[in-house]
Write a protein that binds this ligand. Sequence first.
Ligand code: FES
Length: 173
Amino acid sequence: MPLETESKVRLRALVAEFRPNNGDLLAALHRVQHEFGYLSAEAMEVIGDQLGLFPAHVYGAASYYEEFRFEPQAHTNIRWCSGPACRLRNGNGIRDALLASLGIGHMNGQTEDGRVGVILGQCNGACEVAPMVWLEQHETHMIEPVGNMSAARAVRMARALRDGATIEEATNA
Ligand code: FES
């Protein structure tokens, strides 16, 4: 069975319980993103089919919310905390060190091989160990918070991930 068809079957099964005119759009978008890591054009078509909406309507709604992504995610993302406590403790220096050591030109970008990305994060209340980042792997649903960061540690961690380290190895780098 071609890959395209397999993913469509998987998408249809994922959203099968959702119904038109039932306020299910956001829940369907979340479920698909949780499973695939992003919302592809194909996913929005399948969600639209299920809910009786045009894909453009699905995309319009999804693009309103910052949490939805429309491109495949990097294998491992470093989520950088943009909150005030982290910024007071050299958060911007950590961000710049992450981006520079990975050769990524902008926030929410990723390395050319898709191995590591740096994405924008928000304060989650763990400010006592600011500055924070979180290492996240969509495939395994693993999230590892790393507090008390420094720019030097950010560089070591980013390089380790770039060179194929696991999240555990990278946090100990
Ligand atoms: S500001 Fe970064 S964890 Fe609160």
